[in-house]
Each structure stands twice: as C-alpha cells, then as structure tokens.
Design a binder for this molecule. Sequence first.
Ligand SMILES: [Zn+2]
Length: 457
Amino acid sequence: MAKLRFDHLFTGSAWLHDAVLTVDDGGILTAVQTAADLEARSDEAVEHFRGCALPGIPNLHSHAHQRAMAGLAESSGAVDDSFWTWREVMYLHVGRFTPDDMQAVAAQLYVEMLEAGYTAVGEFQYLHHDPAGEPYDELAEMSLRCHQAARQVGIGITHLPVLYSEGGFAGLPPTLGQRRFLNDVPRFLRLVERLEKERDGSSAVGVAPHSLRAVSPQDLQDINQAFAGRGPIHLHIAEQGKEVEDCLAWSNQRPVEWLLDHQDIDASWCLIHATHMTDAETRALAATGAVVGLCPTTEANLGDGMFNAEIFRQAEGRFGIGSDSHISVSPVEELRWLEYGQRLRLNARNLSAGGAGRSTGRQLLKSVLAGGAQACGRDIGEIAVGKRADVVVLDTDHPLLCGRFEDEWLDSWLFSGNQSVVRHVVVGGDIQVREGRHRLRDEVAATFRKTLEGLRS
Ligand SMILES: [Zn+2]
C-alpha cells in the first residue's frame, strides 16, 4: 500500500486541494481524501508531489511500429501525394521489421507517451507475421513484444490485435505489402486467446477488424459474435474520401451508414477517425454510445479531412484521442489541433467548452479521459476509488502555468505553449516519470538508436 499526496488534484470532475490518494498493492485507488480528512497522518509515509495532478490520459489508437518512420514520408514521392502513397511508403518500411525491432520501437514510443502525459495505450497491432507472411512459431509474437515493451516501461496497454483479410471492398485480394497482416477468423481468434492469457491489472484485450475495406461483412459478424462481452471492438472507418466512394460503389451506402445498418453498434465499439460523415450519420453514431477515436495530428498529416466535431458534441457523442502514426506524441497537440481545426472551420472560439463560462481545456480533458477509458476497456480515466492510480502531475511553478488556478492550469497546459509542463507521472501507483524524465529514458533510447540504424542500413 502507498500514499501519495498532491498540492492540487483534478479528479476528472472536481478539484481537491492537499489531496491524498491511497493505492493498494495492485495499483488500485482505495481512498481519495484531503489531508485534513486523514487522522494521524504524520505517522504515515506519504510521498508529496508539488503541482497540479490530473488523471493520466489514455491514448486509444497506436500503431507502434509507425513511430520509426515518423518524418520519413514528408518528401514528395508522387505527383499527387496522398494517404494512399503514404501507405505504400509505410508498407516498404515494415517489410524488414523484426520482433526485436518492434519491442525496441514500442519501448521508445511508450517512454515518450509517458513523458507527455499518456498513461495507457490502445495498441492496434496488425504486423503479425514474418517478412514472408509466415506466422511466427508464437502466433502472437509481435503483440507480445508490444506487451513486453509496455511492461518494461510501465504504461497500461489494451491489445487490439487486428483482423486483416482483404485488399479492398468486395473481397479484393490482398497485395504483397499486406502479407504480414493476414489471418482468417479461426487463426485470428487463437491469437486473441493467446493475448488474453497475458491479461492483468495493467492490460486488457480487445479486437480490431481493421476496416470495412479489409474484412468481409461475414468476418465482421463472426468476430463480433465470438468476442461479444469480452472487450472493446475497434475499427478504422471513413478516414478518406476515396474510402467513402469505394464503399458507395460496393454497397450504395456510406461507411458509417453501412456499419450502423449492419452491426449492433454500442458502447463496446470504438470507431477510429469517422472523418467523413453526413450530419445524420454523425447524430446517429453519437446516439449509439460508441466512442469515436480522433487522431487529429495524423489526420492532418495524411490529409484525411476534418471531423464533424461540433455536430457530434451537440449530440453528446463520446470521443477520445490517439496518436495513431505517431508523427506527434502529445495529448496537448492532439487536443489543440482538435479545437483549432473547429475554430478555423467555423470562425468561432472555445467551441469544445460547450457553453458560457466553461473551460475549453477542462471539457476536452473530461471527454477524452472518459472516452479513452471506455475505448480501452479498463478502469482508468478518473481519480476515484476502484480506478487505477494513473496520475499526471503538472508543474505549477513553470512560467507557462504560474499565476493560474484550477481550470486555468488545464487551459494553460493545452493552449499556452510548447514546453512540456508534465513533471511526474504515476501509473498503477508506480512513479515512472520524475522531474520530466522517465526512469529508463537513456537505456531505452540507446536500444532504439541501434534499431533505427539497423532498419535504415
Ligand atoms: Zn490507425
């Protein structure tokens, strides 16, 4: 059991001052109190953190291996560069990726996430097989390497192994570049069961049929039935205009419209991107209780388009954030892009605040904490009894935050600059980041450097 004391603490719904958290040996919060409530507190060993604490942010959408190619697809390789030309660069890049490479890159990525304030990741992992497309002796090898990386550096993880079986709508055959991703439903379910054996307090398992273009309606149905009640279901949808056109040509329906018509979508689902929706689709999706996984920096980088956030917010839709291709690893940047995109689109300010006198930062954080927790299928996203003790502490002495109080700290974290104000990060009661540095930063970075040299030689 441990006791952690914070000068100021945002629980996710309320502010406490001089707060003390009690954490059991399993990393779960057993009490949330103010110091004044504690009896005989001077007798107890309490670690005191200065600054302003808030729940750790869940990062609900990650393809860890893509961290190694961030910045390497920014010179024009085609007359009309697009998501689809980027995808070819990515396929080339993953061609040589080994299990050791996966573990080294994931560990580096997860250290960066923790230092940025993310305490949980949803790992949407599709690179399953060896470079020739043959399964490894251990079917779940690549996902297990992500698991080991997460354990090593201390981030919570929700495994989202991906079912990928087709090259496009209407059963288009997969391309050579996709051979490392492919499984049929029975083998995929064996992979899922293998991962479920590793499940513990800091991890969970969901499934991820990749997208409507990569799985058949029958496969989607089979996965949904086989996995019902076992964990979250994630799916990429309506990311690109061309995807909408192809879906219309195939089914005479738009992707979100088709999905809502053919699957019973509920709160166990997380739809990644959902960029291209009509207002009617947006309202219908909001009503299901599913989470939309927004990845604004990746969506901007890939030229995907802009999410219909204002209509979705008005319909009380749930959302979280992910860093997806990892061209940025920062909840600040994701949330800022989300809000600024809407401001540019609608020529208005403080849209996410959702009403007069409300803080934009607080509302954004509140939404992505709840949405991220739901999509990750774990008891996180809130500082409350029964939840994991995942806490981020901001440095209130930092010039960007000084002279602020309560919600102003949250607004200033998101909207006042680019220097990191994340001072300490606690995951499941364990301190992973102190004074802005992860305990394994140098060691993990050294292995990552060697890995990158190998991949680029
Ligand atoms: Zn993705």
